[in-house]
Design a protein around this ligand. Sequence first.
Ligand SMILES: [Fe+2]
Length: 385
Amino acid sequence: MTVAAQELSSSSMDLPIIDLDVFRNQPRDSPAVQDECLKAAKALITFGALVLHDSRVSEKDNDNFLDLLEDYFAQPEEDLKKDERPELSYQIGVTLENTEKPKCAVDEPCLRVIERLDPSERPLDITAHSPDPKCRFFWKMVEKPPYETKFPGLNAANIVPEAPHIRERWTPTMDQWGASMKNAVEGLTEMTAVGLGLPAETFREAGRYGPHLLAPTASDLTKYGEKDTILAGFHTDLNFLTIHGRSRYPGLHIWARNTGRRIAVKIPPGNYLLVQAGKQLEHITGGLIKAGFHEVVVNDKTVDVIEARKQKFPERPLVRISSTFFWHLSSDYDLTPIPEVAEKARQVRAEQFNLGKDEGEEAQYPPMKVGEQVQNELKHIALMA
Ligand SMILES: [Fe+2]
């Protein structure tokens, strides 16, 4: 383990570090691989999140990506507006600030989750919070399905921005960094399946034609840089697994399902990524792995970095880019809990109950197409009429 990784496990967080290199480089049936896969599944069950090490991931690619997105979002609003597609529920191109609402602010079960947290571990108050002051860009990274999809609106073509200083480097930079994160997260889907006692390709195949998205968000810190500003209110993600590269500004908090603790995420420099479970993984495991709650806020550390970057890079845009990739199951896939995993979910729930941990009302996971599940979730966050 590197020094940075040791610091990570001992200081700001308890998130397990999973090594994808072990899985990729050693025999599948070796004890080292089996242990690492079990550790990955357990991390997702306990924390809904983990830190993933993949030596193929390059810091330079992340830097190029962050530079490009800072330049893109520093453009005048009328230029950004050309890349908006409201008629496609903003599932491609740009979403400007104050469009997306955190579902939790109006969602009863979600508000109950906050109530069950110790007051010192709660997110910033979202009850009065209007839409999130963050912009985002959706860049599809998909393999065209060899069949007619029932959900074509969710599988539309990518948009390349027009501005000459951006256009040239856009596609190669997005594809390079996007592919790094996609490869890493697909490796983790295999490790998770093995750790749950399933064939390695179970999830990877179910998501082969998924509408995967490289989905960076941007927050203008000249407008929204004051301490305790909510950049993205408390919520879970609707997809299968979300993977993040390192942001230049701290501020991401996640909640570990079985500890109730708020964790300030710090990804070590180098080949590390952060992964969180989303709703599709929760659904297919019958709740054994729960989608992880998170928020992005301006905290003391964010303010420190804002000041430091103003000094060091006075000519750069003061924009917080989060480098996020949403890995999805295929839209036409029949989403239904895998029976043996759902059975384990019931056992874990009973154990939690016996330990005195109230996990709230038991969630239902009715069978449906993945595309329907996505549409249901989008209605909640005001992106689809
Ligand atoms: Fe999120």
